[in-house]
Design a protein around this ligand. Structure first.
Ligand code: NAP
Length: 243
């Protein structure tokens, strides 16, 4: 059984979608969870619904805001054991039509935020000789996807960051892993054109789309002591789409 009793966690982009499910699951396993999101009211509402959680406002594309958030959570919770870099956005277009600002926006939310947060948590985690950092990447960071040059590059970058951080931080018992979700039913995938959804679903050997809970369960495993000897890995959770 997975137990995280006494542990503290921060999940970014956790007011809804996969992040919310991760927060809920970590609380169910016994952790106290900080729910960070763009909208404070939404984060607080989710925290109140989940219990043993607190909502915080943070735009993860702002490095100063991410650093300040981590300081606040460490002070208010007394420690930060588990960091889940989940906040992510898409701004899809074929490369020929992709604007520089759409490249930068996706990079800053999906990738730079994880670098800044990892840099900020390592002091406290290092001192306590315990840390779990879990980055939510994507299968498109492994296989690419038409119309997602910015998104797939950000997720491939997140995988590179995961491996480097795992090597740099292992000596202090800070384990860093990534999860690469496949096609998960959330608001992010809801806006895909119907034909794209059908084409994606047809590539899933398990024959169903994933749900946020499928990702949350993998996060709970990697955060737990069942995963004490796992670092620098990418756990693909996609119903077999990428093998
Ligand atoms: P989602 O439903 O769009 O939820 C994303 C959450 O992140 C929202 O609460 C959103 O807030 C928040 N957010 C957006 N920009 C932010 C920012 N700058 N700072 C802080 N929070 C921000 O997305 P999801 O499907 O749950 O995706 C979660 C993660 O899984 C992302 O990293 C995504 O790339 C990854 N992923 C998803 C899928 C999938 O199939 N859904 C597949 C692979 C990977 P607002 O509601 O205020 O915008």
């Amino acid at each position: 059984m997975i137990t995280l009793t006494g542990k503290t966690a921060l999940v970014t982009g956790a007011a809804r979608g996969i992040g919310r499910s991760i927060a809920e699951t970590l609380v169910a396993c016994g952790a106290r969870v900080a729910i960070a999101d763009l909208d404070l009211a939404a984060a607080e509402k989710t925290a109140a619904e989940i219990g043993n959680a607190r909502g915080f406002a943070c735009d993860v594309s702002d490095p100063a805001a991410v650093t300040a958030l981590i300081e606040t959570v460490e002070t208010e919770f007394g420690s930060l054991d588990i960091l889940v870099n989940n906040a992510g956005i898409t701004k899809d277009n074929l490369m020929a039509r992709m604007k520089d600002e759409d490249w930068d926006a996706v990079m800053n939310v999906n990738l730079r935020s994880a670098f800044v947060a990892t840099r900020a948590v390592q002091r406290g985690m290092g001192k306590r000789r315990f840390g779990r950092i879990i980055n939510i990447a994507s299968v498109v960071g492994i296989m690419g996807n038409k119309g997602q040059a910015n998104y797939s590059a950000s997720k491939a970058g997140l995988i590179g960051l995961t491996k480097t951080a795992a090597k740099e931080l292992a000596s202090r018992n800070i384990l860093v892993n990534a999860i690469a979700p496949g096609f998960i039913q959330t608001a992010m995938t809801e806006k895909l054109p119907e034909e794209a959804k059908t084409a994606l679903a047809a590539q899933i050997p398990l024959g169903r789309l994933g749900g946020p809970k499928d990702i949350a369960n993998a996060v709970a495993f990697l955060a737990s002591d069942l995963a004490d000897y796992i670092t620098g890995q990418v756990l693909v959770v996609d119903g077999g789409m990428v093998m």
